[in-house]
Design a protein around this ligand. Structure first.
Ligand code: CP
Length: 305
């Protein structure tokens, strides 16, 4: 059971709550594998995807999750909404509430925007990614793919490499994975790693080899070119050479280690083509996990009260 109105971040969720979401998501993933898309859990419920930033995976998977459970998905993009006429986020929220929507999934470039919306509306609010802050459903789906492969999360060594500074995925994974008992190692150029990640429970590796050695999971992160001011690393080629993950590096991980990436991938930068398409990669499985996690979450939030 998830006794919450909203899901804004994994910070503050208990191990029991995360386990309950993953358990329900596992059931949903079995349904997807059987081709069952005619659930009724969200019958009569409307779910808005309110996206102020581009998205393929998050937006489509929330909309499909709603449809697969019998609900009505409605998409609003900032570029074609009354936001373009100067409407504030709070007024947009109040307008949607007046239409009796059940849940709003929001992606926004400003950290903290989903909290503001959640305080304003009576609909459930799910954070679909806010600025550099949090992307809770991405971390949940990453954990679902890990748990499916290893049967547990406790005790796993997870190496996260890449643009940690600008990554909401890295931060949500750190909260989720440490709550679930995994050891999280991070490695990035010094300019791309925030100072206090160790205080939040991360082991900051001094080399990518230290991060990956003996790892069960190696996660590459997308270089967030759109969020950078420039000058944080010399070039994409040098980034790939010194901070990317390649086949030689992966040999230091456990023989059955998996490779994850939240997508979209800059091929040949964060990960080599061979790793993205190789047998260790679970990147496509993560996408399926994304639909399953979002089905579980919508069901648990919308039907808890
Ligand atoms: N991983 C992720 O959030 O992808 P999208 O930007 O395509 O939603």
């Amino acid at each position: 059971m998830l006794q919450r109105k909203d899901l804004i971040d994994l910070n503050g969720l208990s191990e029991q709550e995360i386990t309950a979401i993953l358990d329900r998501a596992e059931e949903m993933k079995q349904r997807l594998r059987r081709g069952e898309k005619n659930g009724t859990e969200l019958k009569g419920k409307s779910v808005i995807t309110l996206f102020y930033e581009n998205s393929t995976r998050t937006r489509v998977s929330f909309e499909l999750a709603t449809a697969y459970l019998g609900g009505t998905p409605v998409h609003i993009s900032a570029s074609s909404s009354s936001v373009q006429k100067g409407e504030t986020l709070i007024d947009t929220g109040k307008t949607l509430d007046a239409m009796h929507v059940d849940a709003i999934v929001m992606r926004h470039p400003m950290s903290g925007a989903p909290v503001l919306l959640a305080k304003t509306v009576s609909a459930h609010v799910i954070n679909g990614g806010d600025g550099m802050n949090a992307h809770p459903t991405q971390a949940l789906l990453d954990m679902l793919s890990m748990r499916e492969k290893f049967g547990r999360i406790r005790g796993l060594k997870v190496a996260i490499l890449g643009d940690i500074k600008h990554s909401r995925v890295a931060k949500s994974n750190l909260f989720g994975l440490t709550t679930m008992g995994a050891e999280v190692y991070m490695y990035a150029p010094k300019t791309l790693i925030p100072k206090d990640m160790d205080k939040l429970g991360a082991h900051i590796a001094s080399s990518r080899e230290e991060a990956v050695e003996g790892a069960d999971v190696v996660m590459g992160l997308r270089i967030q070119l759109e969020r950078q001011q420039g000058g944080l690393f010399p070039s994409l080629g040098e980034y790939s050479k010194f901070y990317g993950v390649n086949e030689n590096l992966l040999r230091l991980a456990k023989p059955d280690a998996i490779v994850e990436h939240p997508g979209p991938v800059n091929r040949g930068v964060e990960l080599t083509d061979g790793l993205i398409d190789g047998k260790s990669s679970v990147i496509e499985d993560q996408v399926t996990s994304g639909v399953a996690v979002r089905m579980a979450l919508l069901d648990m939030l919308c039907n808890a009260r």
